[in-house]
Design a protein around this ligand. Structure first.
Ligand SMILES: [Fe+2]
Ligand SMILES: [Fe+2]
Length: 478
């Protein structure tokens, strides 16, 4: 299985091969794209070029609050779109206007898109045609047409404008993936603690809509590699000034001060996530033991812990090189890490999120970054990481196949996760730009590009495989 590496260009082949290696026959929908009736294509947020479509900008902060402060109307071709950019980084839907259009699509990345579609500008990583819209009527229920250039795209929404919300409230955007820059609209509430991400402090930097509908600042970050999830949030250690975690020193190619700072910050985040992956595998090993797993899964898990330690050291080395100062991890908080550790449903949920999704996406991401990295040291390091993450992904899929066969309750958890991931496919995608390519040359996949990689990996590999495994179990049960 060492040669089975998920690559962006061959995700369908990967999915089919993986399933066959697990003894699961690919079925209809497996090894081919998942069809989402009200989503991808219809509600992808790419190409909404009028503004920073993430809607979660990095403003200068200010007093927390739900209001859209200092709204700036977003224009396309000089015409009002009905959307405002707020100081907090969020977008507010002021009025449901028909989106101005400025065809033809100037973006040649996709060649020529079919009529009614526009091309998302995602460079080599995720260039694709998505359905355009002009009004909310063009979108399915529960979504709005977010205007852009050359046309609008549908995005999920619990409201169309403030008129759908309570007195004095607004219909504003937030990022349900906490950092992957997806976009959704929801009503503000009187008990909101923030309006957008820029209202939040660094230690809890995402303004998220809680289950009861109010917004509050929470920690987060788009998952890189295997996240260490506690209460469904990725836990990482803080950064510390230390040099003992570096496994190499090198002098990166000369870049501008600003780019070096951005690349260093991205490598620091990657290093923190890789460091946390060690803990995720440590917990996974204990869970496997608690559930009576076979020895090969335990052995491979302990090897994976060593891989992740190496990845963390490499990433801290990269971060230190670009930062020009040594950086390493501080203490990792473990409170709550083992809550529900021996519960089958919790085990399966975390296994799918951390392993089947996190590791598969990480393998694809590292492979893409390797191809584009201009520095040989960086490229070689990413090649090693990509190979290891592929093995970790395969370990996750094997563990899932074992759990599904061993525990009837695991099947329910699998169905729940399938539903959740299919919902994620309906979320919009952010714009990408020149800065993303500049970062990629230094081995860094920006959150924007990561969102595209994650979307394609989910759609073309993860979901088809999960569906096939679920279908096989249903057949076996019948
Ligand atoms: Fe890793
Ligand atoms: Fe990994």
């Amino acid at each position: 299985m060492r040669s089975l590496r998920p690559r962006l260009t061959s995700l369908e082949v990967y999915a089919s091969t993986l399933l066959l290696s697990l003894g699961v026959t690919p079925v209809l929908g497996c090894g081919s794209e998942v069809i989402v009736t009200d989503g991808e294509g219809g509600s992808g947020g790419e190409g909404t070029g009028a503004t920073n479509a993430g809607g979660q900008g990095t403003g200068t902060g200010g007093a927390p609050g739900a209001r859209c402060e200092n709204p700036v109307p977003i224009l396309v071709d000089g015409k009002d779109t009905g959307f405002d950019q707020c100081d907090g980084g969020q977008l507010a839907r002021r009025a449901a206007l028909e989106c101005p259009e400025s065809w033809p699509d100037e973006n040649t990345c996709c060649g020529v898109c079919p009529d009614g579609q526009l091309c998302s500008d995602s460079g080599e990583i995720a260039c694709q045609c998505v359905d355009a819209c002009a009004t909310d009527a063009d979108c399915g229920a529960g979504s709005v047409c977010m205007c852009g250039d050359p046309a609008g795209v549908c995005v999920p929404a619990g409201c169309q404008t403030a008129a759908d919300c309570g007195s004095g409230q607004e219909c504003t955007s937030w990022d349900p993936t906490l950092g992957c820059l997806y976009l959704e609209f929801a009503c503000t509430t009187p008990s909101d603690q923030c309006g957008g991400d820029a209202d939040c402090p660094p230690e809890a930097s995402f303004c998220a809509v809680a289950l009861d509908g109010h917004r509050e600042c929470v920690p987060g970050g788009c998952a890189i590699g295997r996240p260490f999830l506690i209460d469904d949030e990725a836990r990482t250690a803080p950064l510390a000034r230390r040099s003992d975690w570096r496994d190499l020193t090198f002098r990166p190619q000369a870049v501008s001060t600003e780019l070096a700072r951005d690349v260093a910050a991205a490598w620091e985040l990657t290093a923190q996530m890789e460091h946390a992956s060690v803990a995720a595998f440590a917990r996974f090993a204990m869970e496997l033991l608690a559930l009576g797993a076979p020895p090969d899964l335990v052995e491979r898990t302990t090897r994976a812990m060593a891989d992740e330690t190496k990845h963390a050291r490499t990433a801290f080395a990269m971060a230190s090189a670009y930062r020009g100062a040594p950086v390493g991890p501080g203490p990792l908080a473990l409170d709550g890490a083992l809550d529900g550790a021996a519960d089958v449903a919790t085990f399966v949920r975390q296994l799918i999120r951390e392993g089947c999704v996190g590791e598969t996406v990480a393998a694809v991401e590292a492979g893409e970054a390797q191809v584009h990295a201009v520095d040989d040291v960086v490229s070689d390091a990413l090649g090693t990481i990509a190979g290891d993450e592929s093995e970790h992904a395969e370990l996750a899929w094997r563990a899932l196949a074992w759990a599904i066969e061993a525990f009837p309750r695991a099947r329910l958890a699998l169905e729940d996760e399938l539903e959740r991931l299919e919902r994620e496919l309906r979320a919009p995608l952010p714009l990408t730009g020149a800065r993303d390519s500049a970062l990629l040359a230094h081995g860094v996949v920006s959150p924007q590009l990561r969102a595209h990689v994650r979307r394609r990996t989910l759609r073309e590999a993860v979901l088809p495989c999960l569906r096939a495994i679920a279908a096989a179990e249903r057949r076996a049960a019948a």
